[in-house]
Each structure stands twice: as structure tokens, then as C-alpha cells.
Design a protein around this ligand. Structure first.
Ligand code: TXA
Ligand code: MG
Length: 337
């Protein structure tokens, strides 16, 4: 058991956090997407502590975070030209590139795979912290395995209190959903997990874009997947979540018909004037949905929701990432009206 200390984003505290990393400990830290649980990616014992703190299955690989993309050659080999071309446009930023790993990356970090996901956060505090650590930082999202990802230091504290020595409080995460995870196939880029960098963005950069199974459909038990994280139930609050796909009028009728005690609706900000049932809002635009989604799923638990009906977001741009996470929170229950 640790007494979990809240650190600020000031340099003296970041130095303290980096000291903990050098000692082989695990620290919660902010990024532009979600909070991460940091440990030295080259130290199998530190990485084992990350898996233990999260209760994460051992076959789910961790992303390795670097202060600068140019360091990629120390940890990966056979790096395709496409990766450099993508990096020029999107790095630093909310994208993770899966490439062939070098032996220096321990098997525990890569979940036994021969590849490694490399990401260079653009968040100022994340960048400074990683630089101070002086080692590549393995970091999954800083939630307990299966819970919604944390987008504030308080969310991290709620899940990790007593499990880790410290959390760097950098305020709310501006993107709110995890990075876009991609792999390379010839000249094509395959999206393994949608995020803020969208398929359209990558297409506009001159690539053919492919989508892995699991982005919008369920993966069957025992099925082999390109990104192991996609097969796990994820982001789920305790309430039973259902995505209800229809206009506001149809949605309201649906809620009326299925209403019982403990029902909350996840609606758009613009819906509140006429919506007559208990609700939580999650913005109007795809960017707002992304920023608010995980906080709202946590709020559903706090208010004791038993049943949540969510208005279906548009899947344009970062909306696809929102829909992908919401589908998992809903265990793939979608009502098409
Ligand atoms: O935005 C993010 O990516 C955040 C912040 C902290 O950087 N991190 C994050 O990590 O979301 P995590 O561990 O919660 O999700 C990583 C996802 C998982 O679905 C995992 O299976 C996939 O990326 N992944 C990691 N390495 C991979 C690899 N070598 N091949 C395929 N998928 C990989
Ligand atoms: Mg995660």
C-alpha cells in the first residue's frame, strides 16, 4: 500500500516524479489524450508493477512514450518510410505507431509481441516529465483494467489510490479519448484503434486507410486480433449502457417506454430544453463528446445509475473514436430506431 501523493505540474514536482521512475516505481501523469500510468519501459520489474496496479491481462501490450520521435531507432527496427511521413505531420501528438521492436524492449512491455507501439505526446507536462525521466516510458491509460480511462487527476486517484506512489496533476485532458493506434501495410495505414487523428486526416496526408476488425464490430471470443486491447470489455460503468440511434423525438419515446428507477440518459447539450427525464450531457460536437465521454461514464456510477441510454454520436472525425469507446461501454448493445 502506498500513500498516493498528488504532485503539481511544476518542475520541482516533475523532477520528484522522474526520480520515482528512475527508482523503478510507477507514476500517474497527464497527456493530451488521457492520463497514463508511467514506468521505465526497459525495466521488466517496473513494467510488472504497471500491470499489477491496473489488474491488466499480460497479453495486452503497453505503448512506449518518447520525448522525441527521432529516438524511435533505439527501440524499433525496419521502420517503414510511411512512419516517418506520418510522424512529420502528426508527431508529437495523439497517434501511436506499431512497428517492429528491438530486443531492448522487454517481452513484458510488448505483451509477448514482436512489435511495439511508439507514441510522442504533445502535452507540455507529459513531454517535460518524459524528458526528465531519461528513459522510454511504458504507459497504459491510468484506470483499473475495464474502467473508463481517466481524464483528470481525480479519476486517476479514484482508481489508483494506495496502488501507486504519486500522480502528477495536469488538469483535464484536452482530447479525452486515447491515441489513434496504427500499423503499416505496404503503403497503407491500418487503424487498429480510432482516436483524435482520424482516418480522414490520414487519408488527407496521402495514405490509403484500412480499418482493423473491432473498430466498430464485436470481436468473437478466442478470435485473433491485431490490437489485443480491442478484445477486452472496456470503459464500462456499472450501469447497463445502451446506445440508442435515432432523432431526439424517437430517443425520448424510447426512454419513456423503457424508463425505470435509476435510468439516466446521456444526451447532447442542445437536447436539454425539451428532454423530460433525468440526464447527463456530453456536449454537442464530436470533439466535445470525446472530451467529456469518460468523465460522464464515471459520473453515471457516482450518481448510482442502473441503466443508461446514450444518444448515438456521429462517427465523423474523432466521433468514430467516441462511438468505438461507447460501443464497448455498452457491451455492443445498439438500438436502431
Ligand atoms: O492515448 C493513449 O494511447 C494513452 C496515453 C496514456 O498515451 N495510452 C493508452 O494505452 O491508451 P492503453 O494501454 O490503455 O491502450 C493501448 C492500446 C491497447 O489497445 C493495446 O492493445 C494497443 O494499444 N497496442 C499497444 N501496443 C501494441 C502493439 N505492439 N500491437 C498492437 N496493438 C498494440
Ligand atoms: Mg486503456
Amino acid at each position: 500500500m502506498f500513500h498516493t501523493e498528488m504532485l503539481s505540474a511544476e518542475e520541482k514536482d516533475l523532477i520528484k516524479a522522474a526520480e520515482l521512475i528512475k527508482q523503478g516505481e510507477v507514476v500517474g501523469f497527464p497527456t493530451e489524450t488521457v492520463y497514463g500510468l508511467a514506468g521505465n519501459a526497459l525495466d521488466p520489474e517496473a513494467v510488472a508493477k504497471i500491470f499489477a496496479a491496473k489488474g491488466r491481462p499480460a497479453d495486452n501490450p503497453l505503448i512506449v512514450h518518447l520525448a522525441d520521435f527521432s529516438e524511435i531507432t533505439e527501440y524499433a527496427e525496419d521502420i517503414p518510410d510511411s512512419a516517418y511521413k506520418l510522424a512529420e505531420i502528426f508527431c508529437p501528438g495523439p497517434i501511436t505507431m506499431v512497428v517492429k521492436k528491438k530486443d531492448i524492449i522487454p517481452d513484458i512491455t510488448s505483451g509477448g509481441l514482436d512489435t511495439v507501439g511508439i507514441r510522442v505526446p504533445v502535452h507540455k507536462t507529459a513531454h517535460e516529465f518524459i524528458k526528465l525521466c531519461g528513459v522510454p516510458i511504458a504507459a497504459p491509460s491510468a484506470n483499473l483494467s475495464g474502467s473508463p480511462s481517466p481524464t483528470s487527476a481525480d479519476h486517476v486517484f479514484a482508481d489508483m489510490n494506495g496502488r501507486i506512489p504519486a500522480i502528477i496533476d495536469g488538469g483535464y485532458c484536452p482530447v479525452g479519448v486515447e491515441s489513434t493506434v496504427v500499423s503499416f501495410e505496404g503503403n497503407a495505414v491500418r487503424i487498429l484503434r480510432p482516436g483524435f487523428v482520424s482516418g480522414e486526416d490520414i487519408k488527407n496526408a496521402g495514405f490509403e486507410v484500412l480499418y482493423a476488425k473491432g473498430v466498430t464490430e464485436r470481436i468473437d471470443e478466442g478470435e485473433r486480433v491485431l490490437s489485443p486491447g480491442m478484445k477486452y470489455k472496456h470503459y464500462a460503468p456499472k450501469a447497463e449502457v445502451t446506445i440508442v440511434d435515432g432523432d431526439l423525438e424517437q430517443f425520448t419515446e424510447y426512454v419513456k417506454k423503457h424508463y425505470k428507477a435509476g435510468t439516466y440518459s446521456m444526451i447532447f447539450d442542445d437536447d436539454v430544453l425539451t428532454f423530460p427525464y433525468p440526464y447527463i450531457t456530453y456536449g454537442n460536437t464530436a470533439e466535445e463528446h470525446a472530451r467529456m465521454l469518460f468523465g460522464v461514464l464515471r459520473e453515471a456510477d457516482e450518481i448510482g445509475a442502473k441503466q443508461v441510454f446514450a444518444r448515438c454520436p456521429s462517427t465523423d472525425g474523432v466521433g468514430l473514436a467516441v462511438y468505438n469507446r461507447l460501443l464497448r461501454a455498452a457491451a455492443f448493445r445498439v438500438e436502431k430506431l
